[in-house]
Design a binder for this molecule. Sequence first.
Ligand code: ADP
Ligand code: ZN
Length: 214
Amino acid sequence: MKAIILLGAPGAGKGTLAEGIRSSTDYLHVSTGDMLRAAIKAGSKTGLEAKAYMEKGELVPDGVILRIVGERLAQGNSTDKYMFDGFPRTLEQARQLDETLAKLGASVNQVFLLEVPTPVIVSRLSGRRICKGCGAVYHVTNIPSKVEGVCDQCGGALYQRPDDSEATVLNRLEVYQRQTASLIDFYEKKGILVRINAGTNPQAATAELMSKLA
Ligand code: ADP
Ligand code: ZN
């Protein structure tokens, strides 16, 4: 089994990069954010538990996250390669992941830290728009759709994620500093942290990551 992690502040481009890697490798993309949004849409118990936290930009409790990730791992994947996006986000999640992988005779192989200056992050998140139909990601100025508010790929309507409003964005960045940034140290000490310059554009960041993927 192989496991890699995409680590970085909200808006660092984890989802966009994951899409690039997924399409040119056989890693399964495991995004806890996407799983939680799907749970909310489906109105499941997990969705009900997660909704209020997400709207405020707070972290969903570790127990909920570890349950959904555990369920996903239990389903398996034919290639046995996993790319975690937005997980782990706390030391507790990181430790539990290590334990789960150890039981499977595996460990985290590489952690890619996506480095982006804060002002760039704020502008990326507050301008981000997402297709209701296919989930494609746009940006009002950086990656505009051809017709405003309409997806180029499927014609679906574009919307702003409720947690991308400016006030919530600032809170998410604070939460990242308070609860997630310590993971940088945690993985650096293990010698598996790989820094990626994600402040320019997705193509460059994807190319850098692919060249460093072991
Ligand atoms: P971003 O990285 O841009 O914040 P995500 O889609 O990864 O976007 O996460 C959106 C929200 O989902 C987070 O603000 C948090 O509320 C919740 N969430 C996602 N992953 C986790 C996690 N591993 N632990 C706790 N909460 C999470
Ligand atoms: Zn679309």
